[in-house]
Design a protein around this ligand. Structure first.
Ligand SMILES: *Cc1c(COP(=O)(O)O)cnc(C)c1O
Length: 396
């Protein structure tokens, strides 16, 4: 037998974390890493936030799980908080981002089909999008590498180039149900949607009675310095998927919708055994206690601006290696002039700093939202050392 007990779908690196300490991770062998990946934009509060840990511990000892067949005081309260904080009127809780997107796809289809338009099922999505790894969410992404071996895809998705409003409009037809888009693409390389593009999609959706669905699984929950990224564009969706940071490390997703958009989601149309269980609701409540206020969000914007300024100054020293810095708040990407994976590995293995590679030759910088200037200093020192040693020992 050569297959590993953990199904070998991830090319796992040598880092084997066993303990978290605020913005650092400790490996099995005692190595200490600066974590500017945050479990891919998940650990908003770092790794040892006392409020989050205490809340989970108390809730685990009180009530961990009950069925969605029963009333949920904690679910009611968290949904009400999200409704109060966002465009949404109603929320469905899931266990992951892909499930939140799945629910959003169902909401968009049901909006039309509940009203009798059974021919309207198609969502227009965008090149280099990432929406998850389930069959519907890989079908919603135009990426060959996610499809291979898993054909046939689910019908009902058309792809247009990201930030190309005319191309999206040209795909609208009698089967169109709506648009599904990340306001800021994460895996695709930290690409910001342009204001014209997102505003234009909203206008097209209004004109053609289509659902505008935002996937804010990566860019949402304070990551970009507003509670959700779309707030910075002045554009509101009809439906939105959220996850990653929302549980601060506890697995949780959410599909948010307006009352109008959710008109098809009546009794019996959707469900989840674990979705929104008391433990998850308590964890998310603790995260919102910390991040869902203007002082915290303003600090994310200010910290992001300081980190970005340092990065922009730094890349000027290595014009042959780095091209530019993209992103908003603490969702930043450095575009390299080479494939990023070898550099991400060098930074990790030789300088003990964790970042994440993305498409378009981009290295993602996704620190916990609670970093201070000491973490920025440590990051910049180690990044500079990594760039210097990379040029000497491993020319690009
Ligand atoms: C990570 C991600 C997903 C999938 O979330 P999972 O929790 O891994 O299922 C979906 N959309 C976006 C934009 C993501 O970044």
């Amino acid at each position: 037998m050569t297959i590993t007990p953990l199904m070998p779908v991830y090319p796992r690196c040598g880092v084997r974390p066993v303990r978290g300490e605020h913005c650092h991770l400790m490996g099995e062998d005692g190595t200490r890493y600066l974590d500017f990946a945050s479990g891919i934009a998940v650990n908003l509060l770092g790794h040892s936030n006392e409020h989050l840990i205490g809340t989970i511990q108390r809730q685990a000892a009180t009530l961990m799980h009950v069925s969605n067949l029963y009333g949920s005081p904690l679910g009611d309260a968290l949904a009400q908080r999200l409704v109060d904080l966002t465009f949404a009127d109603t929320v469905f809780f899931t266990n992951s981002g892909a499930e939140a997107v799945e629910c959003a796809i169902k909401v968009a289809r049901a909006y039309h089909q509940h009203a009798g338009s059974t021919e309207r099922y198609e969502l227009i999505t965008f090149n280099n999008a990432f929406h998850g790894r389930t069959m519907a969410t890989i079908s919603a992404s135009d990426q060959e590498k996610m499809h291979k071996g898993f054909m046939p895809l689910l019908p009902g998705f058309k792809y247009a180039p990201f930030n190309d409003l005319a191309a999206a409009e040209a795909l609208i037809g009698p089967h169109t149900a709506g648009f599904l888009v990340e306001p800021i693409q994460g895996e695709g390389g930290v690409h910001e949607g342009s204001a014209e593009f997102l505003t234009g999609l909203r206008a097209l959706a209004d004109r053609h009675d289509l659902m505008l669905v935002f996937d804010e699984v990566q860019c949402g929950v304070a990551r970009t310095g507003t509670f959700y990224a779309h707030e910075q564009y002045g554009v509101t969706p009809d439906v939105m998927a959220s996850a990653k940071g929302i549980g601060g490390g506890f697995p949780l997703g959410a599909c948010l919708a307006t009352e109008k958009a959710a008109r098809g989601m009546v009794f019996g149309t959707h469900g989840s055994t674990y979705g929104g269980n008391p433990l998850a609701m308590a964890a998310a409540g603790a995260v919102l206690d910390v991040v869902a206020n203007e002082a915290f969000l303003a600090n994310v914007r200010a910290t992001g601006a300081r980190l970005r300024a340092r990065l922009e100054q730094f890349i000027g020293n290595y014009p042959d290696m780095f091209e530019l810095v993209r992103g908003k708040g603490l969702m930043l990407g450095i575009k390299l002039r080479m494939e990023p994976r070898a550099f991400v590995a060098h930074l990790r293995d030789n300088h003990q700093v964790l970042t994440v590679a993305a498409a378009d030759q981009t290295m993602r910088v996704l620190p916990p939202l609670v970093i201070d200037d000491s973490h920025i200093d440590e990051f910049m020192d180690k990044l500079s050392a990594a760039a210097a040693s990379y040029q000497v020992t491993e020319p690009a």
